[in-house]
Write a protein that binds this ligand. Structure first.
Ligand SMILES: [Fe+2]
Ligand SMILES: [Fe+2]
Length: 183
C-alpha cells in the first residue's frame, strides 16, 4: 500500500515535469549535465530533477499556492552552469563556485529560454543567503528550500544517484565550454 502510494506520487511528479519542462529535459545541454557531478555521486542532471520534484512536493505539503510551471522550469535550470566544478579547470574557483554559479546558470539559461521574472529570481537567488538579496517570490523560496534539503542529503550520501557517472573528455572542449558558457 505504501509502495503503491509512493509510485503513484512519482508518476504524478514525473507527469508534471514533462508537462512543464519537456523542452528543457530533452535538450542537448540539459542532457549534458548528466556528465557533471553535483555532490557525492549525484549528477547535476539528477540533482536538478530531484530539486524540481521536491519543490512540487513542498508546495503541495505546505499548501503554498504558486505557479507550478515557473516552479518546475526554474528548479530544472537553477544549476545550469554547464561545467564540472570539481575538475582541474575549476579548482581555482571551487571555493567561490557557490557565489558565482547562480549568475552563470542564469546567463546560460537566458541564451536558450525565454525566462519569466519568477524563473530568473529562482535561478539567481537559490543560493541565498550567499546571494545576500533574498528571493522575491514564493516559487524562489520553495526552490531555495528544496535545493538545500537535496544538497544536504546528497552530501551526507543519503541520496545516491543510480545513473553511471560519465566524465567529459575535457581536452577536446573549447575554452567557452570549459567555463560553462552555453554556445
Ligand atoms: Fe546551485
Ligand atoms: Fe542545486
Amino acid at each position: 500500500m505504501r509502495f503503491r502510494r509512493f509510485f503513484q506520487k512519482q508518476k504524478e511528479w514525473n507527469e508534471l515535469l514533462k508537462r512543464y519542462g519537456s523542452d528543457i529535459l530533452s535538450s542537448d545541454n540539459f542532457k549534458k549535465t548528466r556528465e557533471y557531478i553535483q555532490h557525492g555521486n549525484m549528477t547535476v542532471n539528477s540533482h536538478c530533477i530531484n530539486v524540481a520534484i521536491y519543490s512540487l512536493a513542498i508546495s503541495k505539503k505546505l499548501k503554498i499556492a504558486c505557479n507550478r510551471r515557473e516552479l518546475v522550469r526554474g528548479a530544472l535550470l537553477h544549476d545550469y552552469f554547464l561545467y564540472d566544478w570539481h575538475d582541474k579547470y575549476h579548482r581555482d574557483i571551487k571555493s567561490l563556485h557557490g557565489f558565482y554559479h547562480p549568475g552563470i546558470a542564469l546567463r546560460n539559461a537566458m541564451k536558450e529560454y525565454e525566462l519569466t521574472e519568477r524563473e530568473k529570481d529562482i535561478i539567481k537567488k537559490h543560493m541565498w543567503p550567499l546571494t545576500i538579496i533574498p528571493p522575491q517570490c514564493r516559487e524562489a523560496w520553495i526552490v531555495t528550500m528544496a535545493d538545500k534539503y537535496c544538497s544536504l542529503l546528497e552530501t551526507m550520501k543519503i541520496h545516491k544517484d543510480h545513473i553511471r557517472y560519465m566524465p567529459v573528455k575535457t581536452e577536446k572542449m573549447s575554452v567557452s565550454e570549459r567555463q560553462g558558457i552555453a554556445g
